[in-house]
Design a protein around this ligand. Structure first.
Ligand code: GLU
Length: 418
């Protein structure tokens, strides 16, 4: 089933725990606005290529829509809409004054030079500037985009509107109004929750961690977990996976990734063996971190998982069928909308700083992030305990209740039937 189907299913299941005005679900079944445009990329050889670019603003009840832009060969409309819905739920769960959005282009960045990448980024925002804006739709990095992509887009948008507008996009370089602490915020948010709940989950010093996906989130999580006394025993990227039962030298993994390299190049060093990318999820470990793409754990491989805790750093990495299997196996899942919400939370901090013309210290960012992550984690845990449901379901219920309260504040069906 598609990510959109799966996500809507999760929303409908959460709704069973709430007494919602029927219009709430009616509204959430469809996106507010999805824009698809053709963008040109002038190639270095003088030719021009065209790509389809998308931006979905799923719902703006809680505020301007907010969410990243993905550049990846598999991007499609269904996925972008689903990811925008996930952002809507995530932002509500974190109590941010934002609705949810997502953008994307189906493109293989590895086939583009730096100059072609810049032209694509600028063409994307030129074609979609009419739906963007600091109080309308605020973008950020996602898979395949980074702070430089955000810098180009902010620069182009500012030129179009004739005003410096840093708050139209977050995840910018610090030199251009980015927030300190945004680069590792996704991993840090998850790490704060894992540490906060380590006693409940039964994680001890030296617990073994396997990480699927070694992009921004996976790399930062590995560094934090390593520094915190965990042992990184397996890592994968798009080229394959490596296994080191006695633990990796994380510095060597990071060095292997430099300049577009792969973690697989560490295979053959003492204690490190090459395994297939698919085998990573079934490695013997206590914590499995899913930091790649959606639908990576499904009914075909869920049973092979040995970890007791799954941390979803990617969006939608576990299918609903796999959820059921893992639940029956007593594997605890820290769901994406909570586990990876540190990224958008520090994006929110960046937006606030830009709008106020302020700059916060790194300590301030970390302290605020920790407080917010722990607060929502506590709320999710308490609701899961009270209702005897999974953390994922509890997180969806809490988020949906916030969205519903805002929708209902405009008047419910009952209110108008007098
Ligand atoms: N792309 C990230 C996410 O999926 C961050 C979004 C943002 O910062 O707006 O949560």
């Amino acid at each position: 089933m598609s990510l959109l189907y799966n996500t809507l299913k999760r929303v409908l299941e959460a709704a069973k725990y709430l007494e919602l005005d029927p219009t709430v679900l009616e509204k959430l079944k469809n996106a507010l606005e999805t824009t698809q445009v053709r963008v040109p990329i002038r190639m270095d050889d003088g030719s021009v290529k065209f790509r389809s670019a998308l931006r979905c603003r799923y719902d703006d009840t809680l505020g301007p829509t907010k969410g990243g832009i993905r550049f990846h060969p598999d991007v499609n409309a269904d996925e972008v809409v689903a990811l925008a819905l996930i952002m809507t739920i995530k932002n509500a769960l974190m109590d941010l004054p934002f609705g949810g959005g997502k953008g994307g282009v189906a493109v293989d960045l590895k086939s583009l030079s730096k100059r072609e990448q810049e032209r694509l980024a600028r063409a994307y925002i030129r074609a979609l500037a009419h739906v963007a804006g600091p109080t309308r739709d605020i973008s950020a990095p996602d898979v395949g985009t980074n702070e430089t992509t955000m810098a180009w887009m902010m620069d182009e948008y500012s030129t179009i509107v004739g005003k410096k507008t840093p708050a139209v996009i977050t995840g910018k370089p610090v030199a251009l109004g980015g927030s300190l602490g945004r680069d590792d915020a996704t991993a840090r948010g998850a790490y704060y929750i894992m540490q906060h709940k380590a006693h409940v989950v039964g994680l001890k010093h030296g617990a073994r961690v396997a990480i699927q996906g070694f992009g921004n989130a996976g790399q930062h999580f590995a560094q934090m977990a390593d520094a915190g006394g965990y042992k990184i025993v397996a890592v994968s990227d798009s080229k394959g996976a490596v296994h080191a039962p006695a633990g990796f030298d994380v510095g060597a993994l990071l060095a292997a990734k430099l300049h577009g390299g792969s973690v697989t190049s560490t295979a053959g060093s003492p204690g490190v063996t090459l395994i297939s990318g698919d085998a990573l999820v079934s490695v013997d470990c206590e914590v499995l971190v899913l930091a790649a793409l959606e639908n990576m754990v499904h009914k075909g491989n869920a049973k092979s998982i040995k970890a007791r805790l799954i941390v979803e750093l990617a969006n939608g990495p576990v299918t609903p069928e796999a959820d059921e299997i893992l639940n029956a196996m007593n594997v605890l899942i820290l769901p994406d909308i909570l586990a990876n919400a540190g990224g958008v939370t520090v994006s929110y901090f960046e937006w606030v700083q830009n709008r106020q013309g302020d700059r916060w210290t790194l300590d301030e960012v970390h302290a605020r992030l920790k407080t917010m992550m722990e607060k929502e984690a506590e709320a999710v845990w308490a609701s899961a305990r009270d209702k005897n449901i999974t953390l994922r379901k509890a997180a969806y219920v809490l988020a949906l209740a916030r969205i519903a309260a805002a929708m209902e504040a405009l008047g419910t069906d009952t209110f108008f039937k007098d």
